[in-house]
Every structure is written in C-alpha cells, then in structure tokens.
Ligand binder design. Structure first.
Ligand code: DON
Length: 307
C-alpha cells in the first residue's frame, strides 16, 4: 500500500475544514496556537515512518498523556487500580463534576479528568514523592517514544495550575469521599506537568507501538506491560478515549484512540502501526475536528479498522 500517497490525499481533503473548529482557549498558551496546522504520521513495526504536514511541530499532548499514566498505574497496581476508578464510558464532558458526586467520588474511567487525576494520585503514592512520580512518567514517555529530548513545557503547566479550579475541585471531591491519598495541589501539579509534555506526530505515532503489539515494543523488544493489560488499555481507549464522543469516534474511525485538547490524537492499528494526527481546532466535545476527520479518511481508504 502506498501510505505516503494516502497521507498526501488526506492532507488535501481536510484543507476546507481547517477553520471549522475552535482552538482550546482556557489558557493563553493553548489559545495562541495557529488553528490552520495539520500533521499526520504513521510508524510501522520496523520503524519506517510516513508523515505529512507539520509533523516536526511540537504541541501540548494534554490528555494523550493519560494513556501513559494509565499504563504505568496498571503495571504497578494491576486490577487493584479498579478499586479507585472504573472502566466504563462516562457519557459526560471530560471535566464534569456531577457524575463524580453521584458516584461517590469514584471516577468512571482513567481518561476523564477525575480518573486521570486519580491515576496520578496512585502514581504519587507508588513512588512516594510527587517529583519522582513526574520524572518517572516523563522517563516512561521518553522510553516508549525512544526519544530522550521529550520534555514538558513549564509555561503551559504553570498556566494550567493558575486556571486549574475545576481539576482541583475534582480532586477535592474525590478526597472528600476518601478516594485520594495525597495532597491535592501536589498531585494536580504533577497531572498538569504530564499534560504539558510536548511531542510531535512522529514521536506520538512511534509511542503507540507497544499498544499495537501486546505491550512489547516491536523495535526494541522491550516489554512494558502484559498482553492482557495492553488489551485492556486499547479497550478503554476505544470506549472512553474521546469522552462523550467516544461512540462517535468508534463509529467513524473504528480504532482505539485518545485525544488531547492540544489538538493531538493517537490511534492504534493492532499488529500493524501507530498513528498520530494533529490539528488544534477542536469540535464541541474537545477533540480535534480535522484530526478525527483525517483518521476516518485513513481507515476508509486503507480498510484498517478493528471492525
Ligand atoms: O485537565 C485539563 O483540562 C487539560 N490539561 C487536559 C484536558 C484534555 O486534554 C481533554 N481532552 N480533550
């Protein structure tokens, strides 16, 4: 299959839609991003990459980082992790407080904000220190992306913290239900730091290979998690990776995927490749509008969906 030709076609076909969404504007660092950018990369099991557009441009991975923290927490806590949070879709916006109150402080899944903050809390407990927890998350991302230049943007995380009222509320609500171990501000700070990691689509598509290959990096042969854990993470990505638009993403794209408000999306084609797209303008549910469209075009053109 001529992947480069397919990516080039997609980049032409999405052009008319580049101005349709709305860039995240809850912090200046994200609001100032040029909405007209588009990038798409795929990484194959032998390391071959195909890209189109701004594939070297670093962007804020935001909620895509939740895949990596979920992986680490699952590795350390195994099924005990589900005492703290569930694995069901929420059907609610990613930062909703309402469901958390009804469900006594137990977040529906590790990808809504409450769930991801809870996972970060579990990691801080595991490493017994918030700075070590953050460093280990960053080292894990660098390892699976096989790129040691990856770092977090301190301007973005400081700005997130300044505007973090809702996330701090979610953490306090969980704490009030005794489902939170550590200091709220310290944990939320680690959460914002991992959300503020910057990567490009080449790095992110590479970073998805362990999930496409049962937990084992097909290039370095490193085992990160068990086959069963990789299955679970892919399942939660499919059912919860796009919040209240997860059904829509499965319907149109048909792959496990995870979005971030920075405009990135990662997706996994089992036993074949990792994919990442970037386009900062978002749809109403906070997922990249053109990114989702590009992935739908990709699965339509190649026939590579899990269905
Ligand atoms: O916690 C927040 O609100 C952001 N740092 C991340 C949210 C996010 O990426 C939601 N995804 N679409």
């Amino acid at each position: 299959m001529d992947y480069q030709k397919i990516l080039n076609e997609i980049s032409e076909e999405i052009k008319p839609y580049l101005n349709e969404g709305k860039v995240a504007d809850y912090i200046p660092a994200l609001a100032n991003v040029d909405p007209n950018q588009f990038a798409m990369s795929i990484t194959m099991f032998d390391g071959t990459q195909y890209s189109v557009g701004n594939a070297d441009t670093l962007f804020s991975i935001q909620s895509i980082s939740k895949v990596f923290t979920f992986t680490l927490a699952l590795k350390y806590y195994s099924t005990d992790l589900y005492k703290r949070l569930g694995h069901e879709p929420s059907g609610n916006p990613f930062n909703s407080l309402v469901q958390l109150e009804y469900e006594h402080g137990k977040p529906r899944n590790p990808f809504i904000n409450a769930g991801a903050i809870n996972v970060t809390d579990a990691l801080v407990s595991h490493y017994k220190d918030e700075d070590i927890a953050y460093k280990e998350v960053l080292e894990f991302i660098r390892s699976i992306a096989d790129d040691h230049t990856i770092d977090s943007n301190p301007v973005v995380s400081a700005s997130e913290m300044e505007h973090g009222f809702r996330n701090i509320s979610l953490a306090n609500l969980m704490k009030s239900f005794n489902n939170f171990d550590n200091n709220v501000n310290e944990v939320v700070n680690v959460y914002f730091k991992h959300c503020s990691v910057e990567m490009n689509t080449k790095m992110l598509s590479r970073a998805m290979l362990y999930l496409a290959n049962h937990g084992v990096d097909p290039i370095t042969d490193k085992t990160y998690i068990s086959t069963q854990q990789a299955k679970r993470i892919n399942a939660v990505m499919l059912t919860c990776g796009h919040y209240d638009a997860s059904g829509d993403f499965a319907f149109h794209v048909g792959l496990p995927g995870k979005s971030g408000v920075g405009g990135g999306i990662v997706a996994v084609v089992p036993k074949m490749m990792g994919i990442s797209v970037f386009s900062p303008a978002l749809n109403a549910q906070g997922n990249s509008l053109v990114g989702t469209m590009a992935l739908e075009l990709f699965t339509n053109k190649t026939g590579f969906s899990i269905f």
